[in-house]
Design a protein around this ligand. Structure first.
Ligand SMILES: Cc1cc2nc3c(=O)[nH]c(=O)nc-3n(C[C@H](O)[C@H](O)[C@H](O)COP(=O)(O)OP(=O)(O)OC[C@H]3O[C@@H](n4cnc5c(N)ncnc54)[C@H](O)[C@@H]3O)c2cc1C
Length: 421
């Protein structure tokens, strides 16, 4: 019998497997895909993620320093930083690198097998796949968005989500990232043009409805402006959770990553949070295995620790997201125009406490801004109050040494956060 079966070889599952295997536990990872990490994604990750979870430089495709934000009825506003705050990476290669390290540490990978059922039992967990049955003392569910397994195992479902849709297009060598706002383009969310390799780019958007139709129109509009050429791949779509599950542990089972809804609700970015939370999961599961207490009580630490790290960010980010969804095109255009005209774009990108991965500080800055904040509070006072971080000093970049699996951890092994300057 394995110590742990991990379902899903995305960032969450691979990094959990790595953490468990390096601690000496017998781990098997099962994924229905043959190509590890090959899930729809743009591959944009912050500098902090790369510092903490290093990447082979060959897998970094771009290091953009700026993004042009286009809003209805307003001139484009450039948000430019001195150094690139994020990288566009080869997502498949990056995610697979965690699997290779987990395999080197002893984890076994069963690819091309779909887990159909999880049966928790008194002394273990039975996993039924389309190829047979396996047993383990415990299980980590890292099966991403939309898998029925979390619900089947009694965790319920994420209560809010959005559809992401994306296509690869040809370009004649664009350099800049573009973000487009407005209800015609991506109602309540945003669309993007992200250059990747030479002469190719990703065009995508998030939308609660008709995402494919919106993308077709967005591609046509970029083509008419001569920014992109033909679509190289057909548009694919996938869900992104916007709220976490209420409970992410039970006897012998933890839920991690998109399956648990641990995603930035502002942008839908989930790679970094999945990696951070999977460190916590590996630590908590390892302690429970070593103490031979795989009861819900023995695994509760996992939820306490990840909520300490991300709970505030997810709550503030979700309220800000809902606030944004209420804005009309005129209001969005006016806010972006004011940001450009008053140099607020520079203030925001230059602020030392603004981070690509921790948005509550940025949201606090926007809501506390005399011009933007006052406008948002008038538009929706209730959501503006909910989105205003109450304890900004508790959120911030994760710190710590950068080479190794459980980096930047405090005494309990949980990732730690810096205090504001
Ligand atoms: C269009 C789009 C763009 C995105 N862009 C970004 C971005 O730029 N930056 C960012 O940080 N995040 C981005 N994300 C989100 C990011 O991709 C996810 O948050 C991240 O992949 C979550 O990792 P995970 O390991 O939890 O899940 P996943 O990466 O989804 O991995 C889950 C794995 O489980 C496997 N699986 C599922 N069910 C079963 C089963 N029954 N049996 C066996 N295996 C199973 C799947 O095959 C998959 O490999 C984007 C998402 C979308 C949709």
């Amino acid at each position: 019998m394995d110590d742990v079966i991990v379902v899903g070889a995305g960032p969450a599952g691979n990094n959990t497997a790595l953490g468990l295997a390096t601690r000496g536990h017998a781990v098997t990872v099962i994924d229905w895909r043959h190509d590890i990490g090959d899930k729809l994604c743009t591959g944009l990750v912050g500098r902090e993620c790369i510092r903490r979870f290093p990447i082979d430089p060959e897998h970094v495709l771009r290091e953009p320093r700026s993004a042009m934000v286009m809003a209805p009825g307003a001139p484009g506003v450039l948000f430019e930083a001195d150094t690139s705050p994020a990288c566009i990476v080869d997502r498949v290669a990056y995610v697979a690198s965690f699997a290779h390290r987990a395999q080197d540490a002893g984890a076994v990978y069963l690819l091309g097998q779909r887990v159909q059922q999880i049966i928790p039992q008194r002394h273990g967990v039975t996993v039924v796949t389309d190829r047979g049955t396996r047993q383990a003392r415990a299980l980590v569910l890292a099966s991403g968005f939309g898998s029925p397994l979390a619900r089947q195992a009694g965790f319920g479902s994420v209560t809010d989500y959005v559809t992401g849709v994306q296509a690869v297009v040809s370009t004649n060598g664009i350099e800049d990232v573009e973000v487009h706002l407005g209800h015609d383009v991506a109602p309540g969310f945003f669309s993007w043009l992200v250059p990747t390799r030479r002469d190719t780019a990703l065009v995508g958007l998030l939308s609660r409805r008709k995402a494919q139709d919106h993308l077709a129109r967005f591609i046509q509009c970029l083509q008419q402006k001569g920014k992109i050429g033909a679509a190289i791949s057909e548009a694919k779509s996938w869900g992104i959770p916007l709220r976490p599950l209420k409970r992410t542990y039970r006897d012998r089972i933890l839920v991690v990553g998109d399956a648990a809804g641990q995603v930035k609700p502002t942008t839908g970015g989930g790679i970094y949070y999945s990696l951070l939370v999977s460190e916590i999961a590996a630590q908590a599961m390892s302690e429970a295995l070593s103490g031979d207490d795989l009861s819900a009580r023995g695994l509760r630490n996992y939820q306490t620790r990840w909520q300490d790290l991300l709970g505030h960010e997810l709550d503030v980010g979700y309220s800000a997201r809902r606030l944004y969804e209420f804005l009309s095109d005129k209001q969005i255009g006016s806010l972006v125009q004011q940001a450009g005209a008053n140099g607020i774009n520079g203030e925001l990108t230059g602020a030392s406490d603004v981070s690509f991965d921790w948005h509550s500080r940025m949201i606090g800055n926007v809501l506390g801004h005399p011009v933007l904040g006052a406008a948002l509070k008038m538009i929706n006072p209730v959501l503006a109050r909910l989105a205003r971080p109450t304890e900004p000093e508790t959120s911030g970049p994760v710190t710590g040494p950068v080479n190794g699996q459980v980096n930047g951890s405090n005494a309990s092994g949980s990732p730690t956060k810096t205090q504001p300057h």
